[in-house]
Design a binder for this molecule. Sequence first.
Ligand code: HEC
Length: 166
Amino acid sequence: MRKKLIPAILLVSSVPAILFSAGCKKEPPGNSATATFGAYDTEPDWNDTSKLIKLGYAESQGKHIFYTYCVWCHADATPAGPSNRSNLTPMPPLLNDGDKLNGESDEYLQNMITLGGGALGKSEMMPPYGKTLTPEEIKSVIAFARAIAQPPYQKPGRPGSAYAPK
Ligand code: HEC
């Protein structure tokens, strides 16, 4: 009798936890009118502008910085018309270029943006932003790049897991 009672108590005591977690779903159930609910901002997928990518807080801060400082070289279209990208050699990668950037670590990108291309043996055409932007602001631009990456960016797994960076 006692032995059967314990699992029953465990079951009953887990009910509130199940109900609670059901109430915390991240995605709102919704139609297109509520599709951006819970996001700070959105960005069209550059490869398919019919799709909107939801941005979290840091990512939306990074979007603002990108469209202030980086869009002129790292996108083809800017708020002021065509960009300067195709005039540069080497041509800067599009910020959503997952094929190029997904394999690069956050640390590497942080250094590249802070110190500029010249400091890392790359093109001097990539300016250093360490005196213009704070480390947090640079982190947020990287978060924005990760959010819009195509193919999508997968966070590296914990060291030792099958998904850890090579
Ligand atoms: C004047 C043009 C210009 C501006 C403005 C600019 N970049 Fe760049 N960026 C470049 C060029 C050119 C390269 C390529 C360097 C190379 O490969 O030698 C580059 C490379 C990079 C890379 C490295 C990519 C890689 O795979 O190594 C990152 C990351 C990057 N830029 C981010 C940014 C961010 C973020 C901003 C804005 C804060 C920015 N850039 C502003 C021209 C620019």
